[in-house]
Design a binder for this molecule. Structure first.
Ligand code: 4AD
Ligand code: MG
Length: 469
């Protein structure tokens, strides 16, 4: 086979190679379908660079290799040399008239699980090693990439520094206790102290450690020096929540900014979310339109709706009053002091205000220790951003910068000050007002793609009883 440099299907279809028409090109990829008549075969080839396939046309007689053509079935991987020509077919600018095909790997049609038909999302989760080869997951993973890049671009362009916060920590940022332990101790033969409890001084780090639930505490240390920072990494929660919105391993984007109060923080959150949506519509429209045609006919409309509306800002207390007077029967009853469930959040967004919301000033007992206490002594400067279809997409706050008040909260919430002595020191030395928030990346992906289950917007989902692949 003549050696030619590989071209990506997306570049060919975009017309980047229009000056190549009439010349030979090479493409490589996986066969989506092969159909044809006696004398002519059509192969739809996809290389993952775009939702669109390139059509390969084979003149069966002059190609003269039936043995090889027989093996070019759905799922097989091939390399094709052939002439780029303008396509007479509808919906495609170009096609390739194959002169030479090399078969890298066949895919026995009796055994290859991804035959040409619509598979259920549940089935595709069981073959997460192959599902990137479907149109749906190709689109989702390209969008995931584009949004990850947009996140870094947004913060970089705004002068934020990317801080790599640790994955193994000894602290529990959210105080919920839903942590995965990290240990090298022999579980069949644990070292014990005299009182019978496990002796973690014998563990790898000489102390109890876990996977982080949030990079915030360390990001705050960065903000107290570099002013504007963010972290974007994996976080882990061992809560036993089997819902379409919870993962045990998910990615969080956490900006943290010195000298920001809660209003600055809300402005940042709204601007950031709108930037990501604009970027998505701008760069990923082919993939979005595919997902829209297949899953949720309102994806682009909902994205535009969020772009065009100012987010409504109100306090938790005001929201509770609206819910109490709504006449709705909620599964979880509402009264001041309860944590809002997604049914309440979605009622407020979708039925009452018809726009994204930012709720602030939650009761201190349902929020984490680090949030700034309001003068009423009962509420904290928390903020949650609530989105249509999703409910909570961002959680954040202005932070308590007062050493005494923070120490008091730590005591009240029975946190061991020895675990967070370093965090407390930022309030001792050169403390400053500051704020930040965390965006659940997969929650945003759910919103962005119109998918209905969070397991379908991350390549390899981890949920209770599920860590295959
Ligand atoms: O509201 P959360 O718990 O806030 C924090 O962790 C703060 N330390 C963030 C900060 O201020 N820097 O989590 C933030 C977001 C939620 O709003 C939600 O979008 C997402 O993370 N999230 C989850 N996403 C998927 N699966 C889970 N189990 C999630 N738990 C939270
Ligand atoms: Mg939250």
């Amino acid at each position: 086979m003549k050696s030619l440099k590989r071209t990506r299907v997306t570049d060919l279809l975009k017309g980047d190679y229009s000056h190549f028409v009439g010349n030979d090109v090479n493409v490589k990829g996986w066969v989506r379908t092969r159909r044809g008549k006696k004398n002519i075969a059509f192969i739809a080839l996809n290389d993952g660079s775009t939702i669109h396939n390139i059509q390969i046309v084979v003149d069966v007689v002059s190609f003269n290799n039936d043995e090889l053509l027989k093996k070019i079935t759905t799922g097989a991987c091939i390399s094709v040399n052939g002439m780029l020509v303008e396509s007479p077919g509808k919906g495609q600018l170009y096609e390739i008239h194959a002169s030479d095909i090399k078969l890298y790997g066949e895919a026995d049609p009796e055994k290859y699980p991804l035959q040409k038909k619509v598979h259920s999302m549940e089935f595709l989760r069981e073959i997460a090693h192959l599902r990137p080869r479907t149109n749906t997951f190709g689109a989702i993973f390209r969008i995931r990439h584009a949004l990850s890049f947009a996140i870094h671009k947004y913060f970089n362009d705004k002068g934020f520094y990317y801080i790599h916060t640790p994955i193994i920590t000894g602290s529990d940022c959210e105080g919920a206790g839903d942590m995965f332990r990290v240990t090298t101790l022999d579980l069949d033969n644990l070292p014990r102290k005299e009182d019978g409890s496990v002796d973690f001084s014998m563990d790898f780090f000489g102390k109890e450690t876990n996977l982080t639930v949030s990079g915030q505490l360390e990001a705050e240390l960065g903000a107290m020096a570099l002013s504007n920072v963010y972290t974007f990494g994996p976080t882990f929660r061992a809560e036993n929540s089997n819902t379409p919105r919870h993962l045990s391993e998910f990615w969080m984007v956490e900006p943290e900014v010195a000298f920001y109060d809660i209003d600055d923080n809300m402005d940042l959150a709204e601007d950031f979310l709108k930037y990501l949506i604009r970027y998505l519509i701008d760069k990923c429209i082919d993939d979005l339109e595919f997902l829209q045609s297949r899953y949720d006919s309102k994806v682009v409309e909902t994205l535009s709706f969020v772009l065009e509306n100012d987010f409504k800002r109100l306090t938790y207390t005001e929201a509770i009053k609206i819910l109490e007077n709504s006449g709705q029967k909620f599964e979880f009853p509402v009264k001041w002091g309860v944590d809002l469930q997604s049914e309440h959040e979605r009622y407020l967004v979708e039925k009452h205000f018809h726009k994204p919301l930012i709720l602030t000033d939650y009761p201190k007992q349902i929020k984490a220790f680090y949030m700034k206490l309001n003068d009423d002594g009962r509420t904290v400067r928390a903020l949650d951003v609530l989105f249509p279809r999703i409910g909570e997409i961002i959680g954040g706050s202005q932070r308590e910068e007062d050493y005494n008040k923070l120490s008091q909260r730590i005591k009240e919430m029975k946190i061991d000050p020895d675990d967070v002595w370093w965090y407390l020191e930022t309030r001792k030395f050169g403390t400053a007002p500051h704020s930040g928030f965390g965006l659940g990346f997969e929650r945003f992906m759910l919103f962005a793609t119109g998918m209905s289950n969070i397991r379908d917007v991350i390549p390899f989902p981890r949920t209770p009883m599920n860590a295959e692949f």
